[in-house]
Design a protein around this ligand. Structure first.
Ligand code: ACO
Length: 204
């Protein structure tokens, strides 16, 4: 893979609320988003529904999500957090929402941006598999890419994929792969992927 910029900076700081260290997200990707949009790790608080938009709502463009209690969400988040060198789930949040009684959605100081003040509009995951082959090589598996229906076509999907590729590369993956439907092939080609092999599935 081509090298990525080592200059990483995020408007978020590492915290217990975030799934992983936001310093893994390249500043260049944050800077390429539309004004008021931020890319960050999934947060514990992302189960809250604001303006009918939350992380789980965003995933509904992909498939059925079902009813997930806050307790179940927190338990799943905690599992991912305890394996945070393996699960990297990111979201893009639109902070251009009306201020709440708690104050405005954004701050003049980028380090004070608070996760969950805006609307989540896109999400994606890279899962890092640790192998024996290739001298204990690591492979990134991209999963569950979703952009809210009313936000598609703004290059948010592209930015999600760029971020996940960059994370995979920084943590040491020798390749990043994914499965998709035929209709999404042109999108992933635009994101720098090429056809390799055949996907097989077995459903219980
Ligand atoms: N066919 C052809 N080109 C496409 C398509 C498509 N279906 N989708 C996007 N593109 C192109 C865009 O035109 C753009 O090209 P350009 O750079 O020449 O202008 C480029 O790909 C980037 O497009 P984005 O604006 O970043 O795409 P978007 O933000 O709409 O996200 C996505 C694309 C993720 C497929 C979105 O439409 C979506 O969420 N769809 C529903 C859920 C889904 O199918 N997710 C992927 C499942 S596969 C997986 O998770 C591994």
């Amino acid at each position: 893979m081509a090298p990525i910029s080592s200059k990483t900076k995020s408007p978020f700081t590492k915290s217990d609320n975030l799934l992983f260290d936001p310093a893994l997200i390249p500043a260049s990707i944050q800077e390429s988003l539309p004004a008021g949009y931020v890319v960050r790790p999934l947060a514990r608080s992302d189960n809250q529904v604001r303006s009918n938009s939350s992380f789980l709502k965003t995933l509904e463009v992909l498939t059925t999500v079902g009813t997930i209690s806050d307790d179940a969400f927190q338990r799943r988040f905690q599992y991912l957090k305890e394996h945070s060198d393996q699960y990297f789930t990111i979201v893009i949040e639109d902070m251009n929402v009306p201020p709440t009684s708690a104050g405005s959605a954004t701050s003049s100081s980028p380090s004070l941006v608070t996760p969950g003040r805006g609307k989540i509009v896109a999400a994606g995951t890279v899962l890092v598999e640790r192998k024996f082959i290739h001298e204990l090589g690591m492979v990134g598996h991209i999963e569950d890419i979703a952009v809210s229906a009313d936000q598609q076509g703004k290059k948010l999907g592209l930015r999600i994929i760029e971020t996940l590729k960059a994370i995979g590369q920084q943590v040491g993956c020798y390749k990043v792969i994914l499965d998709c439907s035929e209709k999404n092939v042109p999108f992933y080609e635009k994101c720098g992927f090429e056809r390799k092999g055949v996907e097989m599935g077995w459903y219980v």
